[in-house]
Ligand binder design. Structure first.
Ligand SMILES: [Zn+2]
Length: 450
């Protein structure tokens, strides 16, 4: 069963909604399943209407944000689909839209069920130069057009099942990292843009930029379409990789035309929120207005340097001990909301249950729980159904909120030392290259990393 925000409001009886609001008002805080288990369960089991039968045109991204609504973003497709066997770690490109569309469709559906309001096209790293970098995809078998077009069709199909918006997404390019300049870099974005326009996406997300300059160029191309633009950098509180402060980056992106600015990927929720605070302060200081957006990692990275999690030695195949719990994500959602962020989602490491945690934490403000909560009573309340009494004893918020989870690895350190090679745009090792990396080319890298 799929959820529809409009339908939920009409389906949950007004009595329930008033009661819910009354309880929240009396408690002066968010709902707790421990305190109001029957209420939460009543909302969870409220039937919801099939979105496909409602036929209503949903509100646009800026209408929603301007009205003060919370917009829940989806999670990280490349990481989730790599684990499921549809994306190759290394290139991290989204040719699965052509090769395994059913896997992409299913992940969209899971994020929708978790309460995501935005279906971002699975077009991360889908510029032609990235798809063909280092011998990646065979252009005779598929083109950048195919990959982007299929991504749009799938995202729209699922978005229509639940009143969600479709966002066409672009990200950093090898062309920029190779130092080829503005004209060539913007050409790469323009090719994707024409596919997004053909498919009538609702808005655009330019994301995962380490250099604000490239993000500005992407924003300009997005803005020229006339659609709303969200631009996010994959940086932390220490600024971009050319040394521009995080606050200044936000100011430059708004001046370049972004309606929504923020951060995605590379850092954990806590670090990302520290960085978004810098952005917010700088925008306030400059007298600029923009909506704020955060889509952090679903991994804990307090030990990351400026380059984020890709410099951590566990990237990308041993990050599991760092996965955020659903409770940590609830905390992130609450803190982001308090900071004034209204577009709240996730990136790599974020699975649908993390997105559901955002939706559950902010259910009092949004007025509904997502369909995925039909199988998840908030704060562990479902454990009251457990056979074992000591597990039933965990059916309470205070237990999960105060638990310090063990890693199960007695010889693990809690923190690591980042690699810190300091290689960035313009460096020879980042140059675009059509042939696959050879063994001889790898040798000096292996000895460097000893
Ligand atoms: Zn990511």
């Amino acid at each position: 069963m799929l959820i529809n925000r409009t339908a939920v409001h009409t389906t949950i009886s007004s009595f329930m909604m008033h009661l819910f609001g009354l309880v929240l008002a009396l408690s002066g805080r968010r709902a707790s399943a421990t305190r109001f288990p029957l209420l939460i369960r009543a909302i969870c089991t409220t039937p919801v209407m099939d979105q496909s039968k409602t036929g209503g045109k949903s509100k646009g991204i800026l209408e929603r944000l301007n009205a003060g609504e919370i917009v829940v973003g989806d999670g990280g497709f490349v990481f989730a689909l790599e684990k499921r066997g549809y994306v190759k770690a290394g290139p991290w490109t989204p040719e699965a839209t052509v090769e395994n569309p059913e896997a992409v469709r299913q992940l969209h559906r899971e994020f929708l069920r978790a309460g995501a309001d935005v279906m971002q096209t699975f077009t991360f790293y889908a510029s032609d130069d990235k798809l063909q970098n280092r011998g990646n995809i065979d252009p005779k078998k598929m083109t950048g057009y195919n990959v982007n077009n299929e991504a749009c069709l799938i995202a729209r199909e699922v978005a229509n099942e639940g009143g969600a918006l479709v966002a066409g997404g672009v990200s950093q390019t090898p062309t920029y990292l190779s130092g080829k300049g503005k004209e060539f870099t913007q050409k790469e974005f323009q090719k994707q843009m024409s596919v997004f326009m053909e498919n009538k996406v609702d808005f655009l997300i330019a994301e995962y930029f380490e250099h604000v300059e490239e993000a500005e160029w992407a924003t300009e191309v997005c803005k020229a379409t006339g659609l709303p633009v969200a631009t996010t950098l994959c940086i932390g509180p220490d600024g971009d990789l050319h040394g521009v402060s995080t606050g200044e980056c936000a100011v430059r992106l708004v001046k370049a035309g972004a309606d929504i600015v923020g951060l995605n990927c590379h850092f954990d929720p806590t670090t990302t929120l520290a960085a978004i605070r810098e952005m917010k302060n700088a925008l306030d200081g400059a007298g600029l207005k923009a909506h704020l957006m955060t889509q952090p990692l679903g991994y804990l990275t307090p030990d990351a340097n400026k380059q984020g999690f890709i410099d951590l030695p566990e990237f990308p195949f041993s990050l599991e001990p760092r996965v955020c719990t659903r409770w940590e994500i609830q905390e992130y959602a609450r803190e982001a909301y308090k900071l004034g962020v209204r577009f709240i989602g996730g990136c790599c490491g974020f699975e649908p249950y993390h997105t559901r945690a955002i939706s559950e934490e902010l259910a009092p403000e949004r007025g509904f729980l997502p369909a995925g909560s039909e199988k998840h009573a908030p704060w562990g309340d479902g454990l009251r159904l457990h056979t074992k009494p000591w597990v039933r004893a965990r059916a309470r918020r205070s237990y999960w909120e105060n638990l310090k989870p063990s890693s199960g690895r007695p010889f693990s350190a809690s923190l690591s030392k980042p690699d810190s090679w300091g290689v960035t745009a313009g460096d020879q090792e980042l140059k675009q290259k059509s042939d696959a990396t050879t063994d001889d080319e790898l040798k000096p890298l292996f000895s460097h990393s000893k």
